[in-house]
Design a protein around this ligand. Structure first.
Ligand SMILES: C[S@@+](CC[C@H](N)C(=O)[O-])C[C@H]1O[C@@H](n2cnc3c(N)ncnc32)[C@H](O)[C@@H]1O
Length: 252
């Protein structure tokens, strides 16, 4: 948390990365293996897969987009981890057409549930891919953050529409097909056989403050990152976060 050169992009990933790195560390200790088998469903171009591989783990990315998988391959090569990252074209709803059940120590499902037709089935598949006691890392768009952002931008009717819409969308122009509350995510994860360990709010403030404040004020980015970390687990702030992160462990 003390790197003054930390890029602004870290605002999007810092809280999730800290929680995920700890969870992988715990799996390493619990399994006694140096290198874990990690599955990143909808892993795209490797925002998480490549850093996870840099920790020494083997990562399989399943994603339907050939462009994303191409970018992943290039990024993994640039990071010197090509031999530990495997990209596979596939869909979380047909996951076992391309990967084995019960073959992974950790499964990531980041920014994917918003886009799948049946989020509960997506989560069930992610959990079925885990070994017993494996770690599930789930990140999805939060309803409260969208409502707050629309309201602060002066779009009050859209904010109210998101609040009452079953999918949490603010209108036809909304690029996100589905948003979730922490309760909805927790329920779907528990129903799939996972013990929830922690729920964090991601980007509670980052999307609400003008970028210029963060970019020009010395030390502002670091202070904002610390504020995000401090607020992430507090339910009051979590409920207005742009994204919600659920970390859990497969039962049995
Ligand atoms: C917002 S990006 C997130 C990428 C990455 N997980 C991250 O956190 O940076 C969403 C990704 O989900 C993928 N995706 C969309 N529908 C999917 C599905 N049904 N199954 C698996 N992945 C899907 C997209 O191709 C895209 O790469």
């Amino acid at each position: 948390m003390s790197d003054p050169q930390r890029p602004r992009a870290s605002l999007r990933t810092a809280v999730v990365w800290d929680v995920l790195e700890d969870a992988l560390d715990r799996r390493v200790k619990a399994t006694g293996k140096d290198s874990l088998d990690v599955l990143d469903t909808g892993g795209g171009s490797g925002n998480f897969a490549v850093p996870v591989a840099r920790l020494g783990h083997r990562v399989t990315v399943v994603d339907p987009s050939p462009n994303a998988l191409f970018a992943l391959e290039r990024r993994a090569a640039e990071a010197g981890v090509a031999e530990r990252v495997q990209g596979v074209q596939g869909d979380i709803l047909g996951l076992f057409d391309v990967v084995d059940r019960g073959g992974y120590d950790a499964v990531l499902c980041h920014g994917v549930l918003e886009y799948v037709e049946d989020p509960a089935e997506g989560v069930r598949n992610a959990v079925e891919a885990l070994r017993p006691s494996g770690a599930l890392s789930l990140l999805a768009a939060g309803l409260g953050g969208a409502v707050l952002a629309r309201a602060l931008a002066g779009h009050f009717s859209e904010a109210r529409r998101a609040l009452t819409d079953p999918a949490g969308r603010w209108g036809e122009g909304d690029p996100v097909p589905r948003r979730f509350t922490a309760e909805q995510l927790t329920e779907v994860v528990e129903a799939a056989g996972v013990e929830v360990g922690a729920v964090h709010g991601v980007r509670v403030f980052a999307d609400l403050v003008p970028g210029v404040l963060v970019d020009t004020e010395p030390g502002a980015l670091e202070a904002l990152l610390q504020l995000e970390a401090a607020a992430a687990e507090l339910p009051a702030f979590r409920s207005v976060a742009t994204q919600l992160h659920v970390l859990g462990e497969k039962r049995g």
